[in-house]
Every structure is written in C-alpha cells, then in structure tokens.
Design a binder for this molecule. Sequence first.
Ligand code: SRM
Ligand code: SF4
Length: 555
Amino acid sequence: MTPETKQETAVEDIKRSSNYLRGEISRELDNDVAKVSNESEQILKFHGIYAQDNRDVRRERAVKGEELDYIFMIRIAIPGGRLTTDQWLALDGAATDVADGTIRLTTRQAVQFHGVLKDGLRPLARAVDAHLMTSFGACGDVVRNVVSCPELQSNDANERLREISRHLTRSFRATTEAHWEIFVNGDKAVSREEVTERPFYGETYLPRKFKIAVAHPNENCVDVLAQDVGLIPGRHPEVGEGFNLVVGGGLGRAYANPDTFARLADPMTFVTYDEVEEVIAAVLVTYRELGDRTDRKRARMKYVVADMGYEQFRKEIEVRLGRELREPLALPTHFDADDHLGWRTRPDGTHQVGVRVSAGRVRDDDTSRLRSALRLVAQRHPVTFFLTPQQDIVISAIPGAARENVEEILRRHGVRPVAELGNVERTALACPALPTCGQALAEAERRLPELVGHIEGALARRQLGRRALQLRMTGCPNGCARPAVAEVGIVGRTKSTYDVYVGGGPRGDRLATLYREKVPFDEIAVVLGPLFDRWEAEGDAEESFGDFLTRVGVE
Ligand code: SRM
Ligand code: SF4
C-alpha cells in the first residue's frame, strides 16, 4: 500500500480535533483520576508532558491487582541551554516541590522532571513560566528546543550567534495560546474560537518532531548532522556571514520496522542570517505536506529526503522558495566535539567551569552533592549556566574574584574535577531508559557507571588506559543518547542484551556499524576485546578508536 492509500494514524485525528492543542486536558487535570486519556496523552506531548508509569513497580502492582504507578515527565525547553541563576534556582525548587528531587539534563540542552503527579503539572508549569521558561513545544510534532554550542552563547560571543537558538525557537513555536490557558492563566478555552497558526503548522502540525541545532564552526558538540536541519556558522566569499545548512538527519530506528534507519544530514545550501528563517520555513512546509502521516515510525523528515532522493528534495525546496539555492560550502575538517569540561578563562577575563553530570542526572547522592553545589553557586554568584548537548553543565561568566569560591564549593560537595574523570566516563552518555521511559527494552542510565567501569578496565589492561573513547548507551534503538554516531554505541535489544555498534566518532560525521547483536551486559567489554587488541597493536598513536576501525574495517 502506498502512503496515499494508507490510513492516517489516529494521532492525526486527535491533533485535528484538539482545538489547537486543548482537547480535554483541562477537564482531565481537574478530575480525581491519576492518569489521563489516550487522547490527552497525545496532546500533552505538545505541552512538553509525557504520561509514564514507574516500571520498577509494574509487576508487584499487577500481582496485587493494583493500578499502575502513574507519573508524568515534564521537559522544559531551554533554547541553547542558557539559564540565569534565578532560572536555575526555580528549576531546583521545582525538583523538590513537585518532582523526584532530581533535575535531568538532556542530550538536547533541555531539563526534565520525572515522577511528577498529575496535580503537580500546573504548579510546575506556573513556576517555570514565572521565570520565562516553558515546557510548551519541548515535545510533540513541532520544532523542538533549538540546540546550540554553548561556546556560541557566552557573554563575549557574537551577538547574532548568541541569540540564534532563542530566536529560532521563538519563530517556530506554535502560536496557539492553549498552554497558557490550560496550565498558567486558567481555562479560557471556551472563549477561544479562532486561532491563526503559523503557516507551517496548521491544525495537524507536523507529521512528527523536527530538530534544529546550531554547531560551532570548528567543533561538533551538537551532532549537527543528526538533525532535521543543522546550521554551521561560516563566511561565504560572496555573501558574507551566515550558515551552511544541512538537512535530513535523524538517528532513530525501530526493530519492528526494517524500513527505519539512522541517516546523516546532507549539506543543502549556504544561507545568510536574513535568509535562514525563510529557508527553514520552506523545509517545514515541504515536510508538513510530504511527510508520511500513516506510520509514526516513518514519519520523520529524513525519510522524505531519503525516499525522494536528496537532489530531488533540494529541487522541491527551490520550487517552493521560487529561486535557486546557493551551493553549500565545504564542511569543516576539524570538527571533533568539545566536551566543554574543566576550567577556562574567557576573552573578557571571566572564568568558566564545565562540570560532568553522569547521564545528565543532577542530584545529591552518596558520591557527590552536585545539586546542592549548583544551588549554592547560583545563590552566591552572578553566573550564567549552560547545559551542553553532552548532558553536562557549564558554569560561565564567573568573575575573577569568585573563582576560588566556586572551586571550593564544588570540591566540598564532592564534585570531581575533570582531571579525576576516567577517559571513557568523561564523555559517556546514556538515556534515562528504565524505570520511566515507556519504550525502554533494557537499562541504560542506571547501568552506565558499571559499563564505563568494564570498558575502562578493558582499556587499562591493554596499554590503552589513557586513550579517550566515546561511549553512548540507550535502552532501545530510538537512539536518544545518539549511539548511532558514537565510537561505541550500546543499544538495548532485549531485557538483558544489547546490540553493539562501533566506528562512529567525535566529529559526528560517520554512522557506527552493527558489530555484535544480543550481547549480555556483562559481555559487552569482552566482545569489544579483540577490537581493542587490534587498536593497541595496529593503531597510530593519536588515532581514535572510531578512526582506526574505519581505516582497517570491522569484521
Ligand atoms: Fe528521545 C522518545 C528521551 C533525545 C530519538 N525520548 C523519547 C521519550 C520521550 C520516550 C517516549 O516517547 O515515550 C524519552 C523520554 C524518557 C524519559 O523517561 O525521560 C526520550 N530523548 C530523550 C532524552 C531525555 C534522552 C537523554 O538522555 O537526554 C533526550 C531529550 C531531548 C530533548 O531535550 O528534547 C532525547 N531522542 C533524543 C535524540 C538525540 C537528539 O535529538 O539529539 C534522538 C535521536 C535523534 C533523532 O531524533 O533522530 C531521540 N526519542 C527518539 C525517538 C525516535 C524518533 C524516531 O525518529 O523514530 C523516540 C520515539 C518516539 O518519538 O516515538 C524518542
Ligand atoms: Fe527511552 Fe529508547 Fe529514548 Fe532510551 S533511547 S530514552 S529507552 S526511547
């Protein structure tokens, strides 16, 4: 069956009849039931809210005949990951007031709260709104939080680049007032009859989510080629400053659907600052019209580009724009991701320190009291926080006089300096997976430290203990920690086994290949052993694991 003859998914109807993202949410928030209807679940995503249940207690509750432990996750979109101290303190307060006491930094510079009960949703939305933040558009079939390299946003950075992710997030946010009516200002939905949505959204919004990131010209911490649209700042010899614009990336796959795949974006054109919005809008309209609304697993824009062919897709954009697109510039050759960790002095004389956050989970526990440390820094010093696309946090704009105190606060709270981090630990990523993610097939975040230990051990037993290696782990092939472009990507396959991918790299310009399937957790480092042996014996001194495997090939 072709997409034309197939039925649209039920989600399309739910969107269409939601009266611009209102549906029955308001009424359901007011009732005494712990969960919401399926329709509201779908629409709540546009408001940045996911209905979940605590999977750790599913079985015991089922045995006792009890209902599931219904909880919600709220994702707050933080364009470019930039936060004032007031905003951080508001998020910190919300973690205690309505969530599970943790703040989860995401791989797209957002913040997530887990374990929120239904009656905590409105107070949380109001608390973040009061500090100029919102969860609206952090999820759903819209343009998501626009990611940007933290380096582009420092107080001393180029003004236009500094603002680009906020600007694009605002320009591509849905215009319906639904969120503010339902969650913030009270329910005015009945008085509302007509909404003029942005032309690229309409009543059914996009076929699926749409992701934009802005990379640094010389380093790829944002994984720019994994985006629906990626922007790489550059200078064109004829038209001056602007961006190389890449299209059609995406990393999710589904075991149940062999037609799904990870794809790197193609360089499409060079745009000036004045053109960037217009070209992205043309891409969005094309995607809105041609994306597959009959199969949510194949609805991403990368499939439009792949099915149509990149050249044809580019022509389509030209037709819609009514003009020819400029050729793109060559992609940067030095593009290894910066992890932004450790102390640096900025050109304006202030200091910054990038702090590692294991799997993005800011909390106080037996090993460190990171959450308390960040709270104290925010209370005492006029700094700026940047969340990184590697789930870490940079404390930036630290005045010279405050540096020593910030250092002391971090040390006293057991936050390890970058020099004490293991070489795999330093850049390892993991998605939340169990117990909150409904799609998780296996553990990720909770077993990341153990896996890091196994792999660092295997490297140390060879003469590789000082070599960096990029490890990313997810509980399923949706790929939320971007394992598909990692040097070692560990992807949940069944409850106790993982698929092992190898050969990506810190430039993010290569897809990893499947090396071994269904490997039990304890054997992951063991199956990688022969590859580590070869890297030790045949690799050049400075050659990364991914580059080495790409040179010699993987069997
Ligand atoms: Fe993701 C779905 C977590 C980045 C691909 N992702 C989910 C959900 C909402 C599960 C669900 O649908 O029920 C996860 C919430 C679990 C939980 O308990 O918190 C979830 N994704 C995350 C985060 C929090 C992972 C993290 O460790 O930080 C990231 C939040 C980003 C943000 O702030 O917006 C996150 N997700 C990504 C990325 C990486 C990226 O964008 O750079 C990807 C791969 C890139 C891509 O989109 O192709 C990604 N997430 C997916 C997919 C697969 C989509 C597809 O193309 O098929 C799903 C499944 C879906 O949407 O149905 C998914
Ligand atoms: Fe959940 Fe899979 Fe994403 Fe991990 S990769 S958060 S298991 S959807």
